[in-house]
Design a protein around this ligand. Structure first.
Ligand SMILES: C[S@@+](CC[C@H](N)C(=O)[O-])C[C@H]1O[C@@H](n2cnc3c(N)ncnc32)[C@H](O)[C@@H]1O
Ligand SMILES: [Zn+2]
Length: 385
């Protein structure tokens, strides 16, 4: 057994997996980076990873190899190896203490099909960028922006494999530092109610541009966010992407009208005032309906938070709906009334011939193809009901 001093570490169980974690990560409000980083609150996003990878593994014909580039104490990778059927796991991190802990945890769970490497993440990915050596699941989970690792991450993902990424540079992606966002992700955000979706579309847009440069296609399968992170899961396909999925979100701060467009426009179609422009960013689909169904099927075999199923059912409803969503508060504020019930709004929109659904991005959000002026009319109906 590896020699780990017991007073500053403790064993926990996450999902079905035993993990050795720094005591500070459990007791302190913000998990410390030293001696190694572990965020217990990220359990939910690791649960989603387990479900997404399970759905992928079930259908994927090739070797099941998980490359975890920024593994920390190995929580995600070790859970994958312990809770799913994979052939091989490679855990990489620059922090030797984190790696030692991951090795200790691997032993605790009797995981044998695992290797550990201590490399700079792009060097790590590059060493797996040859035909026959690529990963079928590749994860990029850094502190802050993942954009610097898209190139090497894509190169290390085999044809048909899944590349998952996490972004925690929320202020950049939410439009507080626009020029930093342009620099890192190649697109500009604007501050809107549906900022989390816009952020995810900026991440996907950047992934798409990098992938296109490398002659491969990225196909979004599943995305997920909360207050602290944005996660994306894309399939990497070894063929040039034919479909144009990069464009803009045009958003009028005056009347609330918004639309997606391949071109920039200056004027709002409804109120004729100057319209805000976000992008370039991903304007295509962000969920793959069949993949979501596969994820839902997997849940019963797994030990994950109950919230996952609820969220995935919402994703399924919104999978083929238009980009961007509205919130009850946003519309109610415009109308100076109290917000009606979400179900009533959706039902009334549908009754009036529009498509409408809830969204996983916001508990009071809804998607529809109705324009803002129609939504307001229908809100009036819902408020009277
Ligand atoms: C957010 S944490 C990873 C958390 C982990 N994936 C999980 O789910 O618990 C980021 C990790 O990246 C490591 N790291 C930061 N920069 C790195 C680099 N350039 N190369 C390799 N590892 C790096 C840090 O040591 C840290 O453990
Ligand atoms: Zn307008």
């Amino acid at each position: 057994m590896l020699d780990i001093p017991s007073e500053s570490f403790q064993e926990i169980i996450e999902g079905k997996t035993k993990l050795l974690v720094p005591k500070g990560s459990i007791t302190e409000k913000v998990p410390p980076k030293e001696p190694a980083f572990f965020n217990p609150k990220a359990k939910l996003n690791r649960d989603f990873s387990i479900i997404a990878y399970a759905a992928f593994i079930e259908k994927f014909q090739g070797p099941k190899i998980f490359l975890e580039g920024l593994a920390g104490i190995g929580a995600r990778g070790l859970r994958v190896a312990n809770e799913l059927k994979i052939d091989n796991l490679v855990i990489n991190d620059l922090n030797p203490t984190a790696l030692k802990m991951a090795e200790y945890s691997a032993n605790l769970n009797g995981i044998k099909n695992v290797e550990f490497t201590e490399k700079e993440v792009c060097r790590f990915f590059s060493s797996y960028s040859k035909k026959g050596q690529r990963g079928s699941i590749v994860d990029i989970d850094p502190f802050g922006s993942p954009a610097a690792f898209f190139d090497c991450g894509i190169r290390a993902t085999m044809h048909g494999g899944i590349l998952s990424t996490a972004a925690t540079d929320l202020q950049v992606l939410n439009g507080l530092f626009q020029s930093a966002c342009k620099r890192k992700y190649g697109g500009i955000p604007i501050r809107v109610e549906y900022g989390n979706e816009m952020a995810i579309r900026l991440v996907l847009g950047c992934l798409r541009v990098v992938a296109a440069r490398l002659g491969v296609e990225v196909k979004p399968m599943f995305v997920e966010s909360d207050m602290h992170y944005y996660r994306t899961y894309v399939k990497v396909l070894n063929r040039p992407d034919q479909e144009e999925n990069i464009g803009y979100i045009l958003h009028c701060k005056n009347c609330g009208y918004r639309k997606i467009s391949f071109e920039q426009k200056q004027e709002c179609e409804l109120c004729k005032l100057k319209i805000g422009i976000a992008g370039p960013l991903w304007i295509g689909k962000i969920f793959d309906k069949d993949f979501l169904k596969d994820m839902l099927i997997q849940i019963s075999n797994l030990q994950v938070d109950k919230v996952c199923e609820k969220t995935l059912n919402k994703c399924l409803l919104e999978a083929e709906m238009p980009p961007t969503y509205y919130t009850l508060d946003e519309i109610a504020k415009k109308m100076k009334t109290s917000p009606p019930k979400l179900e009533d709004v959706i039902e009334n929109l549908q009754k009036n011939g529009f498509v409408a659904s809830v969204t996983s991005f916001n508990p009071t959000g809804f998607r529809t193809n109705a324009k803002i002026n129609k939504i307001i009319e229908i809100f009036q109906l819902s408020s009277k009901a």
